[in-house]
Design a protein around this ligand. Structure first.
Ligand SMILES: [Zn+2]
Length: 424
């Protein structure tokens, strides 16, 4: 076996290549090979039965696999009601321990709320989704790597983001010098299945309909062609002939309200707040409601000269430093931290998918970005194992109890993260 490997030119080239890898790359490769072997072993043991060489290596691998399959945190309270009066209640067919709560009477398994709960994917595939998410691979790349559909990968990615949101939420508070600013993202209704929504509310086509033929077919499929032909021929003409750029709906909705504002705050100790707060520019009340309780009276708030922060700082009696437009620094204060956070966010959002996320999921993307920023000094390999540990329940009990099952239905039926003020 070894001689055969040594004879192969590919194998030799491969080994030489290993020397040129960085420590992080070696770690990723190691994890990849480890999970690759777990995968083949699973397959082999399913098809060939027990004809596996009983080498030390395979013993080691199976030991790792058995340990890794078990959620390593012990369940100490009911995952439904939080009561500590729980006891073991048999096992599932797959050997997962089931618990029953003496207070609410409900049962739950060890993997309740975890990414492995009701999952048909193997551990290797789940690990690859986590690895791909950290390495910023596209949905398509991951789907190809593990041979599943892109929609499966997408739903697992959203489950990961949603889990991070369930555990952490917007939890940072500020008591130091904190810079705040808004970032604007164009609204995206990608994935919206209600065809008439685009035409009636937005007065435009979904962006992926390019050719005239496609556009006419689209209008026809939701019975809008005839209706517009009779009642609003000028709009019909616009929808079929105008370029997508011109057809931005500005006749009904001004540019400002076609964007969502992501209110952002960051301080010098890497506390971060990021939330989609409003359609268009947030007003004073909106800013107050969002920031109230997050920024303490000891803090100094640094913003641009937009008027919507004044109400908040006066009411909360927080020192406010305004950086006027066109200038960058006032004394020791600037907005450089929040600006650089925003450019990292731009990179994150645009690299995350083939295109920008639908606004409905924007808050999930912001949570994942938050988590990555909080762990920005950690190597990729460590990030992968950290994230995978969280997803498989190796986490403190308090966080574990916040991990609730996430279904595709719940992801699809998410509400818009902002008040649309009847614009939509
Ligand atoms: Zn209970």
């Amino acid at each position: 076996m070894l001689r055969f490997l040594a004879d192969s030119q590919n194998y030799c080239d491969w080994l030489k290549g290993i020397d040129r890898l960085t420590k992080d790359q070696k770690e990723v490769l190691y994890q990849r090979l480890k999970s690759e072997l777990e995968g083949t072993r699973e397959k082999t043991s399913n098809t060939v039965g027990l004809k596996i060489e009983d080498t030390v290596a395979t013993k080691e691998i199976s030991k790792v696999r058995i340990m890794a399959d078990k959620p390593s945190s012990t369940i100490e309270c009911c995952l439904h009601c939080g009561s500590v009066r729980i006891k073991k209640h048999g096992k599932t067919k797959g050997g997962i321990t089931r618990y029953i709560c003496k207070d609410c009477g409900k049962t739950f398994t060890e993997n309740y709320g975890l990414i492995t709960h009701y999952s048909h994917l193997s551990r290797h595939q789940l690990l690859e989704i986590v690895r791909g998410t950290i390495s910023r691979l596209s949905i398509t790349e991951i789907a190809n790597n593990i041979n599943v559909s892109t929609s499966t990968v997408w739903s697992y990615r959203m489950k990961i983001y949603q889990t991070i949101q369930n555990i952490y939420g917007q939890c940072d508070t500020f008591n130091n010098i904190v810079e705040a600013d808004g970032k604007y993202e164009r609204l995206s209704f990608k994935g919206c299945k209600d065809k008439t929504f685009f035409i009636d509310k937005l007065k435009r086509m979904p962006r992926h309909h390019r050719s005239r033929k496609e556009r006419i077919e689209y209008l026809d499929s939701c019975n809008k062609y005839r209706e517009l032909f009779e009642n609003n021929p000028s709009l019909l003409k616009e929808m079929i002939y105008h370029s997508q750029k011109r057809m931005d709906g500005t006749r009904t909705i001004d540019r400002n309200h076609q964007h969502v504002c992501i209110l952002t705050a960051v301080d010098r100790t890497n506390n971060i707040y990021l939330e989609a707060v409003s359609l268009g520019t947030p007003d004073s009340i909106e800013v107050y409601n969002r920031l109230q309780g997050k920024i303490t009276k000891e803090a100094v708030l640094v913003t641009d000269d937009h008027h919507s922060y004044k109400y908040f700082t006066r009411k909360e009696m927080i020192e406010h430093v305004k950086i006027p437009g066109g200038t960058y620094v006032v004394g020791a204060y600037s907005l450089s931290r929040v600006n650089s956070l925003h450019s990292s966010l731009d990179k994150f959002i645009s690299k995350d998918l083939e295109s920008k996320p639908a606004t409905k999921y924007l808050d999930l993307y912001l949570m994942m970005f938050w988590w990555l920023q909080k762990n920005k000094d950690v190597s990729n390999a460590d990030l992968v194992s950290r994230l995978f540990s969280i997803m498989t329940g190796s986490i403190d009990n308090d966080s574990r109890s916040k991990m609730l099952p996430i279904t595709i239905e719940s992801l699809n039926s998410r509400e818009f993260p902002i008040d649309t003020k009847n614009y939509f």
